[in-house]
Structure formats: C-alpha cells, structure tokens
Design a protein around this ligand. Sequence first.
Ligand SMILES: Cc1cc2nc3c(=O)[nH]c(=O)nc-3n(C[C@H](O)[C@H](O)[C@H](O)COP(=O)(O)OP(=O)(O)OC[C@H]3O[C@@H](n4cnc5c(N)ncnc54)[C@H](O)[C@@H]3O)c2cc1C
Length: 364
Amino acid sequence: MNRLQLLPRAVLRPVTPRKYHGLRRTSTSSVPLSSSTKRSSVIFAATVGGSALVAAYLFWPDSSRSAPTYENAKLSPTHFTPVNVTASIPCSNPETRLVTLAVPRQSLPDIQEASFSPIWSVFIKDDDIQVERPYTPLEGIDDQGNLKFWIKRYPKGEVGRWIHSKTIGEQIEIRGPLKTWVWQEEKWDEVVMVSGGTGITPFYQLLHHELFSQRSNPSSTTFTLLHSSNNPGELPPPELLEPMTSYAQKDPSRFRFSLYVDSLDGDNTSAVDRRVLQEGRIGRRALELALGLDVDRPWWQRLFQSSPLTRRGNTKDRRILFLVCGPDPMVAAIAGPFGRNMSQGPVGGILGEMGYKSDQVWKL
Ligand SMILES: Cc1cc2nc3c(=O)[nH]c(=O)nc-3n(C[C@H](O)[C@H](O)[C@H](O)COP(=O)(O)OP(=O)(O)OC[C@H]3O[C@@H](n4cnc5c(N)ncnc54)[C@H](O)[C@@H]3O)c2cc1C
C-alpha cells in the first residue's frame, strides 16, 4: 500500500528524486513538526494503517524534518534562513504571481559556487502548517541576494496559496540551493525544451544563465523552447516572455521560441508577440520543425534518407537533448510517463516514436 496516500498531506515524507510539476506526486515534504501536529499525525496513521505504518512514519529517514532555522546563517540546503518578501505582483493569470525574496546581506552565500549553476530550486516553508515545497528562482540569485519566482496557487493547494498571501515586508523561510538537474556546458549541440504552465520556470533559469545574462564566455549550444498554456491569459507574464521573444528575434541561430495555447479564447494579451503564438498542442510536427527537419519534403523523398535531413545538417551528427517539464499528461504525451518510484521511465510518447533514447531525453 502506498504510504503517501495514507498520511495526511502535512506529514508526507520527502520523496527523492522529485518530479517537477506533476502535482499528483510532486515534492511534498514536511519540516519540523510541532508535537501536537506530530501526535495527531501518528494517531491518524495508527487509525488508518496500523502499527507498522506508525513505525515506518517515525523511523523513515527525513533530513528536512529536522532542518532547523538559523536567523543569520548563510543560505544552505541543510537549514532554513529567514528572507524578506520584497515584491508580490499579480499576473494576468490571477492564479499566478511574480514573487521576489531577498536574502539578507549577512545570509548571502558565495553565489559563484557550482551549486548555483542551473538548474536549482529552493524549498519555501509554509510556516502555518510546517510544509515545504520547491520553487525555481527564474534568474538564479543576484549579487544583492534577490530571488525572483513565478508561483502558481492551486484551489486546494497548500504552499502556493500561502505564498500568495504573503505581503511585502513579511519574512518567510527558505533553504537551498537544491539541484533539479545538472546542466553541463558544451555537452550538447542543441537543447529542445518543452514546457507547460509553470513548468517553464527551470528552462527560464537555464536560458537566463546561458543567454540573457550576457556571460563573457557563452557556450555554443543552441536552444529551442516550445511552451504551452491552456489559453493566452494563462501564458507566462511579460517579464518572462519579453526577454525570450526579443532574444529569439535578435539571434534565431542561438534561440528559437514558440508558444502554444489550447485555445485562443479570451485572448486579451497584447504583450504576446503573435508571430510566436500558435493555437493547438505541441505535437510531432512542432518537434520536427523545432529540430529543423525538412517536414515539407514529400514522404517518398524522405523515405530514402538514411536519417532525417535538416536545415542544420544530419540529426545523427548533432548531440541533441530534449528536456520536458509540465503537467503529467503533457510529459507523457511528449516523452512517455514517469516510471515507478519517481524514476524517468522509458522514453515514450512522440519522442519515443521519433526514435530518441533515454540518454537524449530528460523529464523534470
Ligand atoms: C524542483 C521543483 C521546482 C518547482 N518550481 C516551481 C515554480 O517555480 N513555480 C511553481 O509555481 N511551482 C513550482 N513547483 C511545484 C511546487 O513545488 C508545488 O508542487 C506546487 O506549488 C503545489 O504545491 P501546493 O502546496 O500549493 O499544492 P498541494 O497542496 O501540493 O496541492 C497540489 C494539487 O493537489 C490538489 N489537492 C490538494 N489537496 C487535495 C485534496 N485533499 N484532494 C484532491 N486534490 C488536492 C490541489 O488542488 C492541487 O491541484 C516546483 C516543483 C519542483 C519539484
């Protein structure tokens, strides 16, 4: 029986490695519990699952459960540090906000450390119910200790709603950085990212690091981002869209960007560049176009190609990586479902049909 289904949400143990945005099995973990919370959890567990479950709960290894809070300590994955809410801006999608947290000067870590290279997140602790969830700083951390997030709240979700209720000047506790996925410079010629909803946040962090922050020694990798939202009103806010659209226009050889919406209904987003917006879901043709495959050649001509010819040459000669992050059904359609116990599972979906293997596809 699945322990996670039996325990109340506030006492769920952390599960690693974590999936990114699939909410059914998303990162749900507890932080130090008050004795009364813990007592009632144990009573609940005993009622529903018997003594074996209680024992499993009490002795299950859980580093975050014991993570203390240190007032003036440097930001670290091992303890919580209080930080200040300095901005909380509503977006056109009312379920999302752009939230900025500032790490106080005395708690600023050495941001040149490798742990701050993409892609990383921090745990934010909901103080009311002692639960933590991971969130992705869009631009990493700057010299002043600012961390900017795009955060969605769910109708019955816990931490997202709690963060939305915080106002400028309030303090909240975070710990990190924690690696979501390790980016390796120069390992890939081409990276194709597919995201849905707030699943865009890890990719924005990678793009910001690689392209928008104007590093002195940028890698030669080319990037493509295909992002989908339900409708134009749910697209990422202009603060995210603008840097991506302008970079894609400025240097399409380095970065290509397309937005997809299930439906154009309720389109009131003047900020969206219509040249990148399409109606429909991200399907095989979108991926083939992203790769520069010559999909418009007649099938009989393509039949005799040893491997797909593209405007950029033969795909076999290029080291191509696909990164996929979004709701479970989207991840499954593009790359196949996650496996058991949070594993990647085999490559399936459209990328599986196209013949890509597990060393070329990563589901976040
Ligand atoms: C590495 C990583 C980075 C992430 N970065 C971001 C980010 O930058 N921005 C972002 O917005 N998210 C991000 N997430 C997702 C985030 O961590 C949370 O999973 C998300 O915010 C939901 O948490 P919650 O506590 O608000 O909702 P939860 O309480 O976990 O609820 C999630 C869903 O379950 C439903 N639900 C809750 N309770 C019940 C119930 N009793 N019965 C039925 N359904 C229920 C809710 O309605 C909701 O749909 C990231 C996740 C990971 C793993």
